[in-house]
Design a protein around this ligand. Structure first.
Ligand code: ZN
Length: 110
């Protein structure tokens, strides 16, 4: 008996993106970029884009600044992350963050 793999001839249906409940713009999934979903907007929560979310909250969509209180909070979060990094001995530089690629590890032990 011979098995033949036959590619699925059915073309994939165009992806349906959820629409912003305010302006009906297509909202792309988290972690994706506009180049992957041309013409889409990032999700800003509650099935809305950022502009519609700002408007719903009574804020100016052009206001891209964060409050001084928020800066203080984010600074403390960053300090916590940094002290945890130092406590765990993770190097500050490098995208590997204290790890080595699996292939490199396997080369070392073989
Ligand atoms: Zn919108």
């Amino acid at each position: 008996m011979t098995l033949h793999l036959v590619p699925d001839a059915t073309p994939a249906a165009p992806e349906e993106l959820p629409l912003c409940k305010g302006c009906k713009a297509p909202i792309r999934p988290h972690g994706t970029t506009e180049s992957e979903h041309p013409g889409s907007v990032p999700s800003w929560g509650d099935n809305q884009c950022r502009v519609c979310d700002y408007l719903a909250c009574g804020r100016d969509p052009e206001d891209r600044f964060i409050s001084i209180e928020r800066v203080g909070y984010l600074t403390s979060v960053r300090a916590d992350i940094e002290s945890d990094r130092q406590r765990r001995g993770i190097p500050a530089r490098g995208s590997l963050a204290g790890r080595i690629p699996l292939t490199e590890f396997l080369d070392q032990i073989s």
